[in-house]
Ligand binder design. Structure first.
Ligand code: CA
Length: 232
């Protein structure tokens, strides 16, 4: 069961969120001000935090900043008032992972909660699955986001590393484009399956010996992609 900490000073919103999350079988912690919230964030071991920005005693920004500067990596979903574009940007700069504008719909909020929890689970699985990948003349260090081919550095985007990590972390299993979208992109920017295809093409060009006849990042026609362990 995942534990969600809600930090929100408006009692009606706090109660509504707590009720729906408990109904959805989450373990719920609540705080009505920033100070108590930060305390619970540190000691309550939540898997996710829903954080309002305007709070008594300590603002949501400050809670976020202090949590990150003390090394806490708990995913943070910010609640912002509609039109607070600057707030949103500042919040993401301070280390929030996603945001929802008030007034929000409960299904939307629940979808964001699920997506963030999945992403942090994937990250945790990735860590335990190992940080290094080697095939052909390619070496990948996922922890450092470094790729080398025949000893020479290969420039790759963060998303390319994440796609590669997910595929290679599930060898010989068919992965659909939708699964990659959900796991790697979550809800951010609403990308399309075309985005996935472009990342796959780019990865093949950078890493496969013969990008037109890939040996490792294999297409499964009509379904998706597969990481093949077969040597070329
Ligand atoms: Ca508030």
């Amino acid at each position: 069961m995942s534990r969600v900490l809600i930090i929100e000073d408006e009692p009606a919103i706090l109660r509504g969120l707590a009720d729906i999350l408990r109904f959805e079988s989450y373990d719920v912690l609540t705080a009505g001000d920033g100070e108590t919230g930060l305390e619970l964030l540190r000691k309550g071991e939540p898997d996710l935090v829903i954080l309002d920005l305007m709070l008594p005693k300590m603002s949501g920004y400050e809670v976020c900043r202090r949590a990150r500067s003390s090394g806490l990596l708990t995913p943070i979903l910010m609640l912002t008032a509609r039109g607070e574009e600057m707030d949103r940007v500042a919040g993401l700069d301070l280390g929030a992972d996603d945001y929802v504008s008030k007034p929000f719909s409960l299904p939307e909020l629940l979808a964001r909660v699920r997506a963030l929890l999945r992403r942090s689970q994937v990250a945790a699985e990735g860590k335990s699955a190992g940080e290094l990948l080697a095939f052909d003349d390619v070496e990948i260090d996922f922890a450092k986001y470094e790729a080398r081919r025949a000893g020479a550095k290969v420039e790759m985007t963060r998303k390319e590393f994440e796609v590669l990590r997910y595929l290679s972390g599930h060898p010989e299993r068919v992965i659909t484009r939708e699964e990659l979208l959900e796991r790697i992109w979550g809800l951010e920017n609403y990308p399309t399956t075309r985005t996935v295809d472009n990342h796959i093409l780019s990865l093949r060009t950078k890493l496969e010996r013969d990008p037109r006849h890939p040996r490792h990042i294999v297409t499964v026609h009509g379904v998706g992609y597969k990481w093949s362990l077969e040597e070329g």
